[in-house]
Write a new protein. Sequence first.
Lengths: 329, 258
Amino acid sequence: MNDHSAPTTDEPKPRNLFQRLYAAFESPGRRRFLHAVIIAILIITPWVSSQYTTVILTNALLYVVLCLGLNIVVGYAGLLDLGYAAFFAVGAYTVGILTQQFGINFWAAIPFAIMAAALAGVIIGGPTLRLRSDYLAIVTLGFGEIVRFTARNLEITGGASGLSHIPEPSLFGWHIDNSIDFYYVFVVLAVLAYIASQRLFDSRLGRAWLYVRHDEDAAEAMGINRVATKLAAYIIGAIFGAVGGIFFSVNLGAISPESFSFQQSVLILLAVVLGGMGKIPGVILGAFIVVLGPELLREFGTLRLLIFAVLLLLIMLFRPSGIWPEKRS
Amino acid sequence: MLLQLKQVSLSFAGNTVLHDVNFGVDSGVIHSLIGPNGAGKTSMFNVITGFYRPQAGDITLDGERIVRRKPHAVTRLGIARTFQNVRLFREMSVLENVMAGQHCRTRSGALAAVLRLPSQRAEERQILETSLECLEFVGLLDYQERLATNLSYGHQRRVEIARALATQPKLLLLDEPAAGLNTSEKHALIELIRRIRDERGVAVLLIEHDMSLVMSVSEQISVLDHGSLITEGDPQTVQNDPRVIEAYLGQDDEELAL
């Protein structure tokens, strides 16, 4: 009953190889070194690999941005969102429509796309954030489908065939048009998304998300407005999704409603859960696994999705809270 | 009067929980709210802090109306609380728990955090300093890195008090702070309550069943029974009031033995 044990007795001790490996990168100096190595690998890769690999990696980096965005909603704020692709769609379509149909410069269209996504976040979040998590999941699922069907049926969005010939952007005379160019654009986006996630996590707002997720009443009693806090998670998550969508649309040059299906939402959520909700390196790893996994298993032909599914099941069986370990015990 | 309740009534589905309660807490006093189980003490806390909305009545803090405000708004105006069953953020560190209290005294948003603006960094330092000071005040500075759930019950209660103090309140509401504590921890709690008032100038309103603690620490006592205030006064007066003895009669032995 009367526990006056020394404060250090329950410090985490590295138990297995995995945890020792992760623990090795806890110190800031080593982490900086690791960051430098990863950046260097990202820069060199397109020069030593095939164009096919570059395209796949670009897709993986897009997923990193999307997953880090969904991680804010699901991982930090604990709000289950089954329609995240809707925000991805809002970003992509806003830029697609403004540049292709109204001839607005790509960079000038970005703020509109971000505002549209934030507005979508408010529209879906405002009335639903008082709901419990499982109801919220249903509503977000519906919202995702509404956005997709709207895109499918409006003339301005190009109907079922979508928009094509979305012009490629230029930046200070650099015409971003080939796959290597876009690869680097997505490297920059992924790095920015990573930095933003990290900084949000280490901030007053990031902690507020955790407080609200852990105990809404206690958080309210501490002066935290739970509705505003959740809404902030929604809006920021929506902006991450929109940024992914904005560059996705100009990368492909064409978008259609099927790019933003329920399956897309599920895949993003899968990556977040697989890597470990709320754990940034885990979520990034999850994004890479979800994109690269099926590609690496290509030699198994028709069996590859089955094998991939079994591997995912095994991972979730042995690491139910995601691949990445808890920071502390 | 720091806190003033005027004719506050609360009922749930026809059951009257609080009936026409007039109640006040002076600034800088240690005030206890006692009464038999089910008298409505915790409900009164929930009404004051905005968790329940009374059907009738008015509540003011420092002259400002707080009735029908959301709990977070009440906290920002200067009332902090602890819960009857400790409600820490269990899977977070002790320090992170206390930092929650500073949320309503700071304002940096998402953009400031992403850009790491100087104002945001200064604010983060302020949050950290205030939280460490509050932890030191309750004597748990050495435990800042531990997970809240790994602390002993007595320590968890102190962390909850530190977290409430970090909101820099004018009035601190403690809901049965001595429940589950052993004798030495209770003595330490009495000392802590006195220091909160003496050193920080925070008025304390506590619900407590431990009568020896109530009698030794309180300057003012209010007695609630069946949702009505039956008497008020200093410990001596209340102790000898026949209505109080009557209210506790018919209660189980545990209450009588007090």
